[in-house]
Design a protein around this ligand. Structure first.
Ligand SMILES: [Zn+2]
Length: 388
């Protein structure tokens, strides 16, 4: 068999391995920086749909209004994106699920659940680099062109606009629908990984951190094995353990070198951290939350906000021994120079449950002394009147 014939067969074969109702289409040439398809083409039509979605996302109440954070993430996208810097627009979306997705028109969504789980700039750069790989290789266009019939194409487009009919409905529905549009093949995933790691290398980031993101996700899966986790990124990508292994293998040659950017990352996320922690706790999925928090605490064991959130997860779970675990975490938070008010509230509620009236009253008083007055101040005051 001649070389060119083998290459052609391999190209066809790789595409046909996609397990879906769609057929095969050859890969597209990479997008040129600054390129925008004309409206007369199917690609132009796809971009027009995404432009409309982007306009909706830009004014969505779930878009996080933090220009500093958006600038920070845009900076990372520029560092790893190089010549494609101007083609990418970053939107931070308040959703506790782990997700990042790049639309074919350059709209990059980063969900807060992903930000909470990244420990340094290199990890976020890894996810963004991977998404840029899909964007530059125009993978969503290839996928659209694999649609064999008019019905398939209509179904494909409908995936991208499923949220449009939900007037004022949850933005997450729309975002998940958009991400479902981009369920890529194994070959496309590998191509995006290769692109992402090369971009990280060029930007001087530690490539080993790409696998670290997925090691954390795999640990979460092990901590909460029975539930349907409903992680949008995982709905469109191979499982966490497989991704960790692939990235570890691909990055093996450059292990242990490069920039992590831990301090800059934590400083950029700090203003949003209380919201992200509260959103995670609110999901009432203690095993998953504890897996995330313990991973973050390993690097910063005395961080007050993280300890208060950990205490709250134990307090709400209320399993055998959880009162003691909650108190231990709340007390670390309360000992900080500027403790989060929730630490004193947590101590009060746990001591009240244990029948320790004096300790509970003292903690509630500390909580009520915080300014501004906590939203549940009236209820906590009633506990004091009742003698807890
Ligand atoms: Zn991907």
């Amino acid at each position: 068999m001649s070389g060119p014939t083998r290459r052609r067969l391999l190209a066809g074969c790789g595409c046909c391995m996609v397990a879906s109702s769609f057929g095969c289409a050859p890969p597209e040439r990479p997008l040129i920086p600054g390129e925008r398809p004309t409206t007369a083409t199917d690609e132009g039509g796809l971009w027009a749909i995404m432009d409309r979605e982007e306009a909706r996302l830009a004014r969505s109440p779930l878009r996080v209004n933090d220009p500093g954070l958006e600038r920070y993430i845009s900076g990372i996208a520029c560092t790893v994106g190089g010549a494609y810097c101007r083609d990418v627009r970053v939107y931070v979306v308040r959703n506790a699920s782990f997700n990042a997705s790049m639309a074919p028109n350059g709209m990059l969504q980063v969900w807060t659940g992903l930000l909470l789980r990244t420990e340094n700039e290199a990890q976020l750069a890894a996810v963004i680099g991977h998404e840029l790989g899909h964007f530059v290789a125009r993978h969503s266009l290839t996928r659209m062109r694999t649609a064999r019939t008019v019905g398939d194409i209509a179904a494909f487009i409908a995936l991208g606009t499923a949220g449009a009919g939900v007037q004022g409905g949850p933005q997450a529905v729309q975002a998940i629908a958009i991400s479902a549009l981009f369920a890529y093949s194994r070959d496309q995933e590998r191509e995006a990984d290769t692109f992402g790691l090369a971009a990280m290398r060029q930007a001087g980031y530690a490539e080993s951190e790409a696998a670290a993101v997925w090691a954390g996700m795999a640990a979460e899966e092990r901590a909460e094995p029975a539930r349907d986790r409903g992680v949008p990124f995982l709905a469109t990508h191979p499982g966490a353990e497989e991704r960790e292994q692939t990235l570890r293998t691909l990055a093996a040659s450059a292990a242990g070198t490069g920039r992590m950017g831990e301090d800059t990352h934590q400083a950029a996320l700090a203003p949003l951290m209380p919201t992200m922690l509260a959103d995670e706790v609110r999901l009432r999925r203690p095993e998953r939350s504890l897996s995330v928090f313990q991973r973050l605490l390993a690097r910063q064991p005395n961080e007050p906000g993280l300890n208060a959130a950990t205490g709250e997860v134990y307090r709400l779970r209320a399993a055998l021994g959880d009162d003691e675990r909650a108190l231990a975490a709340f007390r670390i938070a309360a000992a900080a120079p500027r403790p989060p008010a929730t630490a004193w509230r947590g101590i009060g509620l746990v001591e009240q449950r244990r029948g320790q009236r004096a300790e509970a009253a003292a903690a509630f008083r500390r909580y009520l002394a915080t300014t501004p007055e906590p939203p549940d101040a009236a209820m906590i005051r009633s506990y004091l009147v009742e003698g807890t």
